[in-house]
Design a protein around this ligand. Structure first.
Ligand code: ARG
Ligand code: ZN
Length: 876
């Protein structure tokens, strides 16, 4: 069914307190929920109460402590409707339900993961535990009592502060938790089991001590140290940067091995996919460490942006997610290298959000209707949502942005707020209007700026014509002009920045042009010599720019732009142009001849000792196959792209052989591994050099010993990927894969890397390998991490393998989605989004993709999750 933003209405009843008692059992957990309700003023006495449920089974119901008459309620698995309620304003219900955590394969609600009871309630999982007003604008104070056999579950956790504990007899015990902060049900959590703990502490800046606990499987404590360190840094940073202090005496994180997404910000009790907690140098890569740091921070930051201030309804999801992603991006930028972080953000945005925005699943940052909310935890809500907050900061300026955010925190603490509430704070704090800016939340699609420039040397004037447009997206054929903050710079021939105060035709503050109209005719005066124009510095707006800028100008920017991110952007744009041209050459069956200046520009960046190693690595990491496909937009032949890209990389490798050798030889693993950004940058540069050298002078047999002598997972997995991808099916590659498997077969998170590396081996043959790996005992369709590592990386990260011209991989995916959907719809729906760009394929592949989608669609018993993705992907 279609839920619409415009239909929002507050509930007729409010819930003041919730007292939950769980009597835990894998097959028969009894949940007793005592809730104190109050009629909202204006609610008539005869209005029935309708509580949400999902696959529930009602055991008993009491109203004001008296068993309810059968005539006055109706219970189904998905709702509990109660009529003839007491006429008093306040009354209590006691609802008893019985659930089976061990059979809960959807991993929503209360389930078991590796013998540990845990919960996931966002967005609508709480209704799988008990009947409730399961929506984010119903805030209540929760008290939770957990009862369990002491052997099976010595540890009993829930939100808030710990209360009474004790024995119950018969080997059972209990623990009570009380959360003083009113919260919506999606933030409820419970964990029970036998886990080890790593403990530390933090003193808030106002002097309150907080106990920090990270719970992991026994024996894995040492691997939680980095997460703990990241947590403490995040807590201090949020105090300094945003003035946010923690508000309970304990903050707990639990790592579980079966989890539908990354992590969850339950009040005081964050639950994590163990992939984003556990790390040591033998088993985690630099990328894993960076992800852990970011996600630990993200969930912690939700305590204010999400929990203290929550969302009125799920349409406002970006209110907490976009803002919290922005906060975690800023945190990582402060902890690491800001320009390198910015490059990673833009790469991710373009790889995931841009395709989403230009395909059948496009939706606004704040959607206006949905049929299944789980399908809206998207790159658009999260990543574009973050970019929108970043633009707000750019438009207002740092002081003004901070004033608005401070007002938001003080005005809406304890509220379930909306995007309008959020924007109003920035308006009120700064006496500005953000009416046009608000369109960023309402209009889907990546805006396009078409720019042309003309320099009149005699008049010393630079003329810029800027036009904005936005493509049609599902349900939104026409778009209104938006407020686009376009950072810019003018660079003279010597590489110096030209000061520009004399600008007409557009509002400018600092280096930001405020594009607001459909078209701007801009005149910049007193410009003596023809400048090189740099647009969208530091990627100030998530847009596409069409600007016929000469290659020489781009080279100039790649060398002289003062903004480090923008130097990379210029070089990357040049590389993309070269790769597009090469793809054309492959399709026309002519030779690939990349611009010499491009090749030498790339090599010059590689050799530039003034740049940090991570930056040099980014410079040689050319746009990927998916980037090229996105730029081409339609009639995609992934094989041609693959061949073209390899052709260009081969030439760069040959031309830069000496430089790559020098980098590789100069790399000394400096003793003990440390995960800091600087050391990670050196490893990234080294691996990039090896990748190029594997095209010329480093054959598989020479890579094998490098693989074997690696003393950390970053290098080991990096070299394994080069071996497997560049030399598939050679003895050396297969040997390395076998040795890796043997060494890490007891460690599923590392085996995920092994699955992923194999799933992304380019070419036709990989489908057979994926099928064979599905049959191995390392794979399990029940575990989301395994499914994502093998199937997710094959369908979303292997353009030539997945888009086989014969359509065999599409058909395989369709079968798998149908099978997975019966167990875990949320993960099935997520994996299926890898088909969202099917219409941009060349006609033969497109038809095969359509056939596979139709095959899914014809299944009679699809989940709402997969039904929604299938329908929208097919354009129905
Ligand atoms: N709020 C969590 C986070 O971003 C993610 C929850 C995702 N829930 C879902 N049903 N997909 O940190
Ligand atoms: Zn989040």
């Amino acid at each position: 069914q279609d839920v619409r933003l415009e239909d929002y209405r507050p509930t007729d009843f409010e819930i003041e307190t919730v007292d939950l008692t769980f009597r835990l059992d894998p097959a028969q957990t009894r949940v007793t929920s005592r809730i104190a309700l109050r009629r909202r003023s204006g609610t008539k006495a005869d209005v029935p109460l309708v509580l949400d449920g999902d696959e529930l089974n009602l055991v008993a119901l009491k109203i004001n402590d008296v068993a309810a008459d059968n005539e006055c309620f109706a219970a189904t698995p998905s709702s509990l409707e109660i009529r003839d309620l007491p006429e008093t304003e306040v009354f209590t219900l006691e609802i008893v339900t019985e659930i089976a955590p061990a059979e809960n394969t959807k991993l929503m609600g209360l389930y078991r993961s590796n013998g540990v009871y845990c919960t996931q309630c966002e967005a609508e999982g709480f209704r799988r535990i008990t009947y409730f007003l399961d929506r984010p604008d119903v805030l209540a104070v929760f008290t939770t009592c957990i009862e369990a056999p002491t052997n099976d579950a010595p540890l009993l956790l829930s939100n808030g502060n710990p209360g009474e504990t004790g024995e119950l007899g018969d080997g059972w015990h209990f623990a009570v938790w009380h959360d003083p902060h009113p919260k919506p049900s999606y933030l409820f959590a419970l964990v029970a089991g036998d886990l080890a703990v790593v403990r530390d502490w933090f003193v808030t800046r106002s002097g309150k001590p907080v106990v920090l606990e990270i719970y992991v499987e026994h024996g894995k404590q040492i691997r939680a140290n980095y997460a703990m360190d990241a947590l403490k840094r995040a807590m201090s940073w949020d105090e300094e940067r945003f003035g946010r202090e923690y508000d309970l005496s304990v903050f707990m994180i639990v790592a579980v091995s079966d989890f539908n997404m990354g992590a969850m910000e339950n009040k005081g009790l964050n639950i994590f996919n163990d992939k984003y907690v556990l790390a040591d140098s033998d088993t985690a890569t630099d990328a894993d460490y960076a992800n852990i740091e970011a996600i630990i921070a993200h969930e912690y930051f939700h305590n204010w942006t999400g929990n203290r201030i929550t969302c009125r309804d799920w349409f406002q999801l970006c209110l907490k997610e976009g803002l919290t992603v922005y906060r975690d991006h800023e945190f990582s930028a402060d902890m690491r290298s800001r320009p390198v972080k910015r490059i990673a953000e833009v790469r991710l945005l373009k790889a995931h959000q841009f395709p989403e925005d230009s395909g059948p699943l496009a939706h606004p940052v704040r959607p206006e209707h949905y049929s299944e909310i789980n399908n809206f935890y998207t790159a658009t809500v999260y990543e574009k949502g973050s970019e929108v907050v970043r633009m707000l900061a750019t438009i207002l300026g740092p002081t003004e942005f901070k004033a608005g955010l401070d007002l938001y925190f003080s005005r809406h603490d304890g509220d379930a707020a909306t995007i309008e509430d959020f924007l109003k704070c920035f308006e009120d704090a700064n006496q500005v209007k953000l009416t046009q800016f608000a369109l960023w939340y309402r209009q889907a699609g990546t805006p396009v700026l078409t720019v042309s420039a003309r320099f009149d040397g005699r008049a010393r004037k630079l003329m810029l014509d800027i036009e904005q447009s936005a493509p049609a997206t599902p349900g939104q054929p026409k778009k209104r002009p938006m407020h686009i903050p376009l950072r810019f710079g003018l660079i003279d021939a010597d590489g110096a920045e030209i000061k520009t105060s004399d600008i007409e035709g557009i509002d400018v503050t600092g280096d930001v042009m405020h594009v607001k109209r459909r078209a701007h005719k801009i005149v910049i005066s007193k410009v003596r010599k023809r400048p090189v124009i740099s647009l969208n510095r530091s990627f100030s707006a998530p847009i596409n720019i069409h600007f016929e800028q000469g290659t020489e100008d781009l080279f100039h920017l790649a060398r002289f732009e003062t903004d480090a991110y923008s130097r990379w952007q210029a070089l990357n744009e040049l590389a993309l142009r070269g790769l597009i041209a090469a793809t054309g050459a492959v399709r026309d069956d002519t030779d690939i001849v990349p611009d010499e200046a491009l090749v030498s520009g790339i090599i010059a960046s590689l050799e530039d000792g003034t740049l940090e190693p991570a930056m040099r690595a980014q410079a040689v990491l050319l746009p990927g196959e998916a980037d090229i496909a996105r730029e081409l937009g339609n009639n995609i032949d992934p094989d041609a792209i693959f061949e073209a890209r390899n052709g260009v990389l081969d030439i760069v490798a040959m031309t830069g052989a000496d430089a790559f050798d020098k980098v590789a030889d100069g790399f000394t693993p400096s003793g003990r591994y440390t995960p800091d950004a600087e050391s990670a940058g050196k490893r990234a540069l080294y691996l990039a050099a090896l990748d190029y050298l594997s095209r010329i002078s480093l054959p598989a047999d020479a890579l094998l010993p490098i693989f074997r002598s690696a003393d950390n997972m970053t290098i080991m997995a990096g070299v394994l990927a080069i071996l497997a991808h560049r030399f598939p099916e050679t003895a050396a590659a297969e040997t390395a894969l076998a040795e890796f498997e043997l060494r890490f077969r007891e460690n599923p998170l590392v085996i995920d890397k092994w699955l992923q590396i194999q799933a992304t081996i380019p070419g036709q043959a990989t489908l057979a390998r994926v099928k064979q790996l599905m049959g191995s005992n390392h794979f399990s369709i029940e575990n989301p991490n395994r499914v994502r590592a093998l199937i997710g990386s094959f369908s979303a990260g292997n353009p030539t393998g997945f888009n086989r011209a014969d359509g065999a991989a599409f058909a395989f995916l369709a079968g798998l989605i149908i099978e997975l959907d019966a167990r875990n719809p949320q993960v099935a729906a997520r994996i299926l989004t890898s088909m969202r760009s099917w219409k941009s394929l060349e006609p033969v592949r497109q038809e095969k993709a359509r056939t596979a989608l139709v095959a899914i669609s014809e299944q009679p018993s699809l989940s709402p999750d997969v039904r929604d993705i299938t329908d929208r992907t097919l354009g129905q």
